[in-house]
Each structure stands twice: as C-alpha cells, then as structure tokens.
Design a protein around this ligand. Structure first.
Ligand code: 13P
Length: 255
C-alpha cells in the first residue's frame, strides 16, 4: 500500500494575527485542486483559534509545535493535548531539536508526550536527528535509533501506527544546507528497517518526513526517494508559493 505523503509547515516563532490570516488565505488559493498529499500547518499556539477559523472547509489540517504531558493543574505556561484538540489541532510536533536544545527535553520526556498524544487521539510528529558533530563521528544511526527506541521501549512499536516521524538532521535546519536526497534516503531506510525489526507492518505504514532546509527547488528530488514521505518545512512554509510548490512536488512524486 502506498503511503500518502505529509507536508507540514512548522512556523516556529513567527507570525502575527494579520500574517496568519494572510498566509492561510494565500495557501488555500495556491492549493486548490491539489490532491495526493496531506497538508498541515503548525502556527504558534496563540494563533490556533484564528487558524482554525480560517481553515474552515479547507483540506489543510491544523497542527501545533509542542504539547505538555499534563492534562490540567498547576503547570504554569503549559498547554494540554485536550486544549490543542479543542482548537482542531491534529498533528502535534514533539521532540523538535530546538526544544531538545533550548528546553532540555529528554528522550524519556518526549516519549511521554508521544503517549499523551496517542491517548488523546492525536497524531505525534516525532522529530529526530543528529548534530553535526554526531554526524561527523558516524553516530547518526545510533542517535536516531536511540530517539526512536525511547518510544518503542515505553509504549511498544504499535504506538507508531498512524504516527509520523520527521528526520531532521540538526546541521541542516535553517542553514540552507539540506541533506542530499541519497544521504536522507539512507537514514530514512535505516529508520524504517529499525522499526521493521519490531514490526514490518508498522514500519511499512509509518510516515517518515525529511526536514532541514527543504525549499521549492530541492523538494522534488527529495520526494523521489522511496522512503521520504513528505517534509517538515520551516522557513519555506512562511511563503505561500514556496510551500505550495513543495506540496505539489510531494503530490506528484513518482516512486
Ligand atoms: P528549515 O526548513 O527552516 O530548515 O527548518 C526545518 C525545521 O526545523 C522544521 O521543523
């Protein structure tokens, strides 16, 4: 069974009320008639309500960039999975390298978030990836296997049924230096094989996105790779024409 790719925009800490309305308006127009690719956007959580409103009647799904592990209580500043769900968010990014780095999020903590999202009926988008130093030391496979095993060892491999993994080499994020299609394909194939050691069925259906300097000129070549099922897009998701070109490249990818 062919996997339907997912192209998701991670707006990070960018935007405003006016920007959110304008970008979604433009995206809806650019994506009229495009099928064969799931599309989602993750604006800052402040703009979820506005985005939900703008997306009424659209095929573009809503997402968020983070979630807390608690359902409610004395957790100042945190936002629960149920709250995100109430605003229509479906795909929730967890374990982004920026959160691992700036907020010291551990593999174990991220695995808990994964479990909370599954329990709430939402789709985790688990970001994994190695630093430049780890890459140069030949540690990439060890690092991504560890990041995936944190979920498998606590929730079981079936947790990846219907879930999304985003392989984002840290050295490629926001640097303009994307992994080459063959570099990315090799790691994506490794990730799928690693999951297949526990369950071939789960491995076959799991969506593995690539992330890191994806743009309108390099997307098609990346998506032609057999194990690259779309992208998690940062900078280029802030411009409707570039993001739409990436979505169309995924929709038209021949495997
Ligand atoms: P860029 O596309 O800006 O490199 O960001 C990638 C990313 O971190 C998406 O989550």
């Amino acid at each position: 069974m062919a996997r339907q790719p997912l192209v998701m925009g991670n707006w990070k800490l960018n935007g405003s009320k006016a920007f959110t309305a304008a970008l979604i308006h433009d995206l809806k127009r650019e994506l009229i008639g495009v099928s064969g690719c799931n599309v989602a956007i993750a604006p800052p959580v402040m703009y979820l309500a506005a985005a939900e409103n703008e997306l009424t009647g659209s095929e573009i799904a809503l997402g968020a960039q983070n979630v807390d592990i608690h359902a409610q209580g004395a957790f100042t500043g945190d936002i629960s999975a149920e709250m995100l769900k109430e605003f229509g968010a479906k795909y929730i990014i967890i374990g982004h390298s920026e959160r691992r780095t700036y907020h010291h999020e551990s593999d174990a903590f991220i695995a808990k978030k994964f479990g909370v999202l599954k329990a709430t009926g939402m789709i985790p988008v688990l970001c994994i990836g190695e630093t430049e130093a780890e890459n140069e030391a030949g540690q990439t496979e060890v690092v991504v296997a560890r990041q995936i095993d944190a979920v498998i060892n606590t929730l079981g491999v079936d947790a990846f049924l219907g879930a999304v993994i985003a392989y984002e080499p840290i050295w490629a994020i926001g640097t303009g230096k994307s992994a080459t299609p063959s570099q990315a394909q090799a790691i994506h194939a490794f990730i799928r094989r690693h999951i297949a050691e526990k369950s071939a069925t789960v491995a076959e259906q799991v969506i593995i996105q690539y992330g890191g300097s994806v743009n309108d000129s390099n997307a098609a070549e990346l998506f032609a790779q057999p194990d690259i099922d779309g992208a998690l897009v940062g900078g280029a998701s802030l411009k409707a024409p570039a993001f739409a070109t990436i979505v169309k490249a995924a929709a038209n990818a021949k495997k």
